[in-house]
Design a protein around this ligand. Structure first.
Ligand code: FES
Ligand code: FE2
Length: 437
């Protein structure tokens, strides 16, 4: 439970707000590379952290992100012409390059140097892993690029997309780190495509959740005792500041030994569009030599498939949404799955959005399995305070690059922190500083 002040503080992401300033200290995924498919293609609208912008790919193929409003008389540069290394406002012809310089001002006399005095807000971009990244913070504190492993594998080993969720960022993030809900929200009745692994998880006792704070956020594990003293099924996760989750997953089954086991890692980033909207980034990747299939790359069945579930022509909104009750089917709910809604992530969106645009966290009753959620809120508020006091927030270092999330069956008498330490951190050549939980 939060105080009304804390809840509001966590929700507000616009310029000058404490949490908004915190987010502005990190690189953020902003666009899929294919949204700007080629040099001099049409500009597109972009809104993040409550700011309206226009993005374009210039003649040299570099991406510029400018304030949406022309500094002359505030016409939208979305209508602009993308021509010869600059975006030209269609109202009076002022033209800006990707750095925000006014490079042409045809409405003024040729001898005027007025154009040298005019600049437009331009944010720094980077492009890797099929994603265009944006940094909206102070120019003197640009952090290293977040080259996490999923951005560095070959394209054949990765799937990435995004979907707009019309609710505050924290609701989405909290839904992602709340591992316990999957036993309920995502349950399928036996015989309806339930995997042997899910069946085994279902039969095991309820998960306990253990959270280990680190210097990048925290590592946590959902621990389920297997039947017949078969050890513990441990599913490891990382929460990386300020909004990433890495989740261990696999195709095939380590539990039953059935099928070819293909270990993969999935993850999300919950990027605030404004106080009331979130762009949820979904990525999946194979960190072994085995590439993903096309279906896996498209995140088949997750509720996150482009065109099937996501409408890119409508701001990446979900096709199943509150307006159509997410295509809720009560008959399906009686016989096939817990919710009557298709697609894991559509089920997630339904409940997260059902809390209201900004959840009233003063009315909650949090239990023992809500530990990770409580920790996240504390961590975000604390990080915002550090930034307010002029310091650097956690999670800016290059040591986050190669963290891996792992799931495994472990003997009941070993601690997952020790047993999985190598696999979590070895690739990153990193050993986090643990602070007492
Ligand atoms: S408003 Fe853009 S050039 Fe005048
Ligand atoms: Fe979920």
């Amino acid at each position: 439970m939060l105080t009304p002040e804390e809840n509001e503080r966590l929700a507000n992401v616009g310029p000058g707000t404490p949490i908004g300033n915190l987010f502005r200290r990190y690189w953020m995924p902003a666009m899929l590379s294919w949204e700007l498919p080629e040099a001099d293609c049409p500009p597109i609208r972009l809104r993040l952290l409550g700011e309206d912008m226009v993005a374009f790919r210039d003649t040299d193929g570099n991406v510029g992100v400018l304030d949406k409003y022309c500094p002359h008389r505030r016409a939208s540069l979305f209508f602009g012409r993308n021509e010869e290394c600059g975006l030209r406002c269609v109202y009076h012809g002022w033209k800006f390059d990707i750095e925000g310089n006014c490079v042409d001002m045809p409405s003024e006399p040729a001898e005027s140097n007025f154009k040298d005095k005019v600049k437009i807000i331009a944010y720094q971009t980077a492009e890797f892993g099929e994603v265009i990244w944006l940094y909206m913070g102070p120019k003197e504190s640009v952090p290293p690029l977040p080259k996490m492993e999923w951005t560095q594998v070959p394209d054949t080993h990765r799937g990435v997309n995004k979907i707009l969720q019309p609710c505050g960022w924290l609701q989405g993030l909290e839904g992602g780190i709340d591992t316990v809900h999957s036993t309920f929200l995502h349950r399928r009745m036996a015989g309806f495509g339930i995997s042997a692994r899910d069946e085994a998880i279902k039969k095991s006792a309820a998960a306990t959740l253990e959270v280990q704070p680190t210097d990048f956020g925290y590592t946590y594990a959902g621990i389920r005792p297997m039947p017949d003293d078969g050890g513990n099924f441990v599913r490891g996760y990382h929460f990386i500041m300020p909004f990433y989750q890495l989740r261990a997953a696999q195709l095939g089954s380590v539990i039953t030994g059935r099928g070819d086991v293909k270990p993969i890692i999935s993850g999300h980033a919950w990027v605030p569009v404004d106080d009331e909207n979130t762009m949820v980034w979904n990525f999946t990747y194979s960190f072994t030599d085995v590439p993903l299939t096309e279906g896996e790359r498209q995140q088949e069945g997750s509720g996150n498939e482009m065109h099937k579930d996501i409408d890119p022509a409508n701001g990446f909104r979900s096709i199943a949404n509150a307006g159509n009750d997410y295509f809720l089917d009560r008959e399906m709910q009686r016989t096939k799955n817990f919710t009557g809604i298709n697609g894991i992530n559509t089920q997630d969106r339904a409940v997260q959005e059902s809390m209201g645009t900004i959840c009233d966290r003063t009315q909650e009753h949090l239990g023992t399995t809500d530990r990770a959620i409580i920790m996240t809120r504390k961590m975000m508020l604390e990080a915002a305070r550090i930034v307010e006091d002029g310091g650097d927030p956690p999670g800016l270092g290059t040591n986050i690059y190669d963290l891996r999330a792992i799931e495994k069956i472990l003997p009941s008498d070993v601690d997952w922190r020790t047993a999985l330490h190598k696999e979590f951190y070895q690739k990153a050549n990193y050993s986090p500083e643990y602070t007492p939980a």
